[in-house]
Design a protein around this ligand. Structure first.
Ligand SMILES: NC(=O)c1ccc[n+]([C@@H]2O[C@H](COP(=O)([O-])OP(=O)(O)OC[C@H]3O[C@@H](n4cnc5c(N)ncnc54)[C@H](OP(=O)(O)O)[C@@H]3O)[C@@H](O)[C@H]2O)c1
Length: 343
């Protein structure tokens, strides 16, 4: 079995290595062993490998990146009733999916609906569940108003899910991207939503124009860094900045934000908190994700697929400006296994 791992944080191309071993993990009681077939490279996976500026290194032992993916159930531990042997499943949270095998609690191995491709299934959980968490945070911050909401990195995989949800729910959304070509792509996908490129000198004035008299009520931000101050200044008094990612560079001290004088709220949202939702809420979120994968798989776009062993080229692709969708790492299906006929 092949496993990508790192023993210290640093530049992914330098610290990630591929280890091969004969040993396979064994599922304990209530667990299943999943033969992984496809797993995404999420920006958060790379933050785990590389760390964030100014934060202490969090590393004590060898770790394998990846928190989600899809595969087939290879073996089951004691007292597992579902999923069945050979069934296709999507897994999350499943630390260490950049490996040929992963052991997960049986209730975190979600059956892949018939007709959903392996590639779509590998993207079925993290981003759709993030969308649910972001949308709830936006609704809470808006307190019944229709917006406007300003989102950064609108062309990202998560950003496009937000745009689709806003279009469905008549939420007034202003999309921010960093390039003119990115803005053109978004205008084609969501013509009714204003798109502004931050490479334009007057992008702040454009945001104010589109926000109108009410001003921006909520900013949904995954860029952060040096941009945070601009975003906070674009908020209307009493508005909320929801931070959920760190794609940008630089930092903004809290003291630089007009929080007190303008009664602004800053809150974070993380998929890593999803397990604290009740089992019933999680079941509803998972049903939403399964339905999205079946009904609108184009919202879970694949940028490219690479064999797990080509993880360095795959990571480079995942970081390429202008990329559209998510890069996947794949493992060939076992010859003659007969398990989990895909699509
Ligand atoms: N908090 C959570 O639980 C959670 C969960 C999932 C994702 N996220 C976050 O959501 C964000 C998007 O993830 P994703 O998987 O959707 O990403 P993705 O599909 O890889 O897309 C990345 C996008 O970000 C843009 N971008 C990259 N660097 C940028 C910068 N410095 N300034 C402005 N735009 C930049 C790229 O634009 P170009 O087209 O211009 O290259 C691209 O559209 C990430 O920050 C990720 O960590 C958070």
């Amino acid at each position: 079995m092949r496993t990508v791992e790192y023993t210290r944080q640093g530049e992914a191309a330098q610290v990630l290595t591929l280890r091969e071993e004969r040993h396979r993990p064994t599922p304990g009681s209530g667990e299943v062993l999943v033969r992984m077939l496809v797993r995404p490279i999420h920006p958060g996976d790379l933050i785990g490998v590389e760390g964030l500026p100014g934060q202490p290194e969090q590393q004590s032992q060898a770790r394998t990146p990846g928190v989600e993916g899809m595969g087939v159930v290879e073996s089951v531990g004691a007292s597992v009733r579902a999923p069945r042997l050979g069934q296709r499943v999507a897994v999350f949270p499943a630390p260490g999916t950049w490996s040929d095998f992963v052991v997960v609690p049986a209730d975190l191995a979600v059956p892949v609906p018939d007709g959903v491709s392996d590639e779509t299934a590998a993207l079925m959980l993290v981003n759709p569940l993030t969308l649910r968490m972001l949308y709830r945070a936006v609704e809470k911050a808006l307190r019944g108003q229709a917006g406007p909401v300003l989102q950064t990195a609108a062309g990202s995989s998560v950003g496009r899910l937000v745009s689709a949800a806003a279009a469905r729910h008549d939420l007034q959304l202003i999309n921010l991207v960093r390039s003119t070509s990115g803005a053109e792509k978004m205008r084609t996908l969501y013509p009714s939503q204003p798109v502004i490129a931050t490479c334009d000198d007057d992008w702040r004035a454009q945001v104010r124009l589109h926000a109108g008299e009410r001003g921006v009520q909520v900013v949904l931000d995954c860029v952060g860094g040096a941009m945070t101050q601009d975003l906070a200044e674009l908020l209307a008094d009493g508005g909320t900045l929801i931070s959920y990612g760190h794609l940008g560079s630089g930092t903004t001290p809290l003291e630089a934000l007009p929080l007190v004088a303008r009664a602004l709220t800053v809150r974070g949202v993380s998929i890593l908190r999803w397990m604290s939702r009740t089992p019933m809420e999680r079941a509803q979120d998972v049903a939403f994700a399964q339905d999205l994968a079946q009904s609108t798989p184009d919202l879970l776009e694949v940028a490219a697929s690479y064999d797990l062993a080509d993880f360095k080229a795959a990571v480079e692709h995942a970081r390429r400006p202008g990329k559209s969708g998510t890069v996947l790492l794949t493992t060939p299906r076992k010859a003659g296994s007969g398990h989990g006929a895909g699509r």
